[in-house]
Design a protein around this ligand. Structure first.
Ligand code: GRG
Length: 308
């Protein structure tokens, strides 16, 4: 495994590449009307950890592939992730006012434009996946198609949209009008596997596919990413309890205030931390089983220690 410093440098380099690619990926005016273009870029280019695209690139690296082949998928997933955050923040969903350290898009552009910016980002993601990498090679075309299927499944009702629907329906008022979580531990895990886990898995799997990974490598990366995604979510729940707004770039304490089922609410903070660490161990074991070392296992451990 690389040192912590090695991972930090790796994250910085990949993040810089992703920022550069994202800045160039959307159609610009006059092709796109300026008003929706501005709204899309406001949210897309507002920072963010870029965890999903980095995971995609790291997976291409892990199977010995070319990162440039995975960059379109990495960007497409960040477009989809950004759309999900814009829509999640809307008054009809989480009704949040801060995201990525700035006012949410609907606060500055209005709800209608925020909905359209989200729609635009989601659609452009599939435009990018169909278009890039530009190649006449039949094997590359087959891999692109497999990635489109993987990402569409993860983003849709089988994955993220389905998870969001379960989440939206998961808080019920009791007779005294208090909000009670409707999900037990298994239900919570299944909801997160769809809502945040599916896109994280698709990020890693898409990188491994575009990096020309072998099937056993892709399967192991998928198993590891499922654990990684759960660890990410548990830590997100912990940070929502412990985190400061300045670190998170969003409003902390919202889950508890909304009566939402969370890992700390179900297990307590200490057990939640142990659960996240166990997920990282499982992820690393899955990668070890096919001989994958380097940045991917280091990333799995990093996600457990993250502070934002
Ligand atoms: C609206 C269809 C639809 C889906 C929304 C992913 C999602 C579903 C909502 C996000 C709600 C949320 C805050 C979930 C916790 C985990 C999560 C996805 C956090 C945000 O991702 P980060 O931490 O954010 O990677 P950055 O800004 O760093 O990209």
């Amino acid at each position: 495994m690389k040192t912590a410093e090695g991972l930090a440098e790796y994250l910085d380099s990949r993040r810089a590449e992703v920022e550069e690619a994202l800045a160039a990926i959307l159609p610009a005016p006059p092709d796109a009307p300026g008003v929706v273009d501005t709204a899309m870029r406001y949210s897309l280019l507002a920072g963010g950890k870029r965890l999903r695209p980095i995971l995609c690139l790291a997976s291409a690296d892990a199977v010995g592939g070319m990162r440039s082949m995975a960059m379109p998928a990495a960007c497409a997933i960040e477009l989809i992730h950004t759309y999900s955050l814009i829509h999640d923040d809307l008054p009809a969903m989480d009704n949040d006012t801060m995201r990525r350290g700035r006012p949410t898009l609907h606060m500055v552009a209005g709800e209608g434009m925020a909905i359209l910016a989200g729609d635009g980002l989601l659609t452009e993601a599939f435009h990018v996946l169909a278009r890039e990498p530009v190649s006449r090679d039949a094997d590359t075309a087959a891999r692109k198609l497999r990635v489109i299927e993987t990402i569409a499944r993860a983003a849709g009702v089988v994955g993220m949209v389905g998870g969001q629907a379960i989440d939206l329906a998961s808080v019920i008022p009791d007779p005294k009008g208090r909000l009670l979580p409707e999900l037990d531990a298994a239900g919570l895990r299944a909801m997160h596997a769809r809502k945040t886990g599916a896109l994280i898995r698709a990020s890693a799997v898409s990188g491994a596919i575009m990096g020309s990974g072998a099937d056993d490598q892709i399967a192991a990366i998928d198993r590891a990413a499922a654990e990684f995604g759960l660890a990410f979510q548990i830590v997100d729940d912990i940070l929502d309890v412990e985190g400061a707004s300045a670190d998170l770039g969003k409003t902390p304490g919202k889950d508890a205030a909304a009566g939402k089922p969370t890992y700390p609410a179900l297990y307590g903070l200490e057990a939640s931390r142990a659960l996240a660490q166990e997920c990282a161990v499982q992820a690393i074991e899955a990668l070890n089983s096919v001989g994958i070392a380097g940045q991917l296992p280091a990333l799995a451990q990093w996600v457990v220690g993250r502070r934002n």
